[in-house]
Design a protein around this ligand. Sequence first.
Ligand code: GSH
Length: 229
Amino acid sequence: MEKPFTIFSALGSGGVPVEAAMSLIGLPYAVIEAPTWEGEAQTAKVAAINPLKQIPALVTPDGETITESAAILIWLADRYPAARLGPALDDPARAQFLRWMTFIPASIYSLFWVRDDPSRLGGPDPEVQARIKAATAERILDCWRMMESQITPFSEKIGGRYLLGDELSVLDLYVTVVSRWGPRRVRFYEAAPRMAEVVKRVDGDPRLAGFWAERFPFFDGWERLGAQG
Ligand SMILES: N[C@@H](CCC(=O)N[C@@H](CS)C(=O)NCC(=O)O)C(=O)O
């Protein structure tokens, strides 16, 4: 039997697009649930694997550790080309694939380090914390607006079903999950109406229906929850 991967992840986290990619590829994997934002008992689970105490962290069957969600997703797409989850090295879409796969963690995901706990930079003052929450929400929306206006293969090809054309890639999985976080989907839909069509398509992908239900469940009002923050 194929040896399994181990993924340190958590419900609704940045590990979810990685899990989605592995399930589409058909890889065997075990999840170690470590919602790092819940405190020391959880961060302790991942500390030995990732001293930054963040998820996702992937351990391959050979025992190699890979951290950084984008690196893991790009590696999976490259390593398992038969699953067609990313453009190959010589594909004309490759440069834009790398551009946006890097933009998401550099410009958006990294803001959650302070957004999830504004006291990390803002100290204990609730007013300062509220300002950080509001300012990071605006910055995230600006980044989505910029991406919506610049993602060329997609904007040239309005009929394209996915962000890089007609095939679902790990970029689609990544944007679908990150756009579910604060400031939440309703505001993402306003900021990026064409990307909104893509993420709704990925939300509704029948191949992922069971997966979403288990790892990032939809519930009444989920698109709006906390949208002001
Ligand atoms: N650059 C990392 C960021 C990972 C990250 O921020 N993960 C969150 C969960 S979604 C986390 O573990 N946060 C806990 C912390 O930063 O202390 C990546 O892209 O994988």
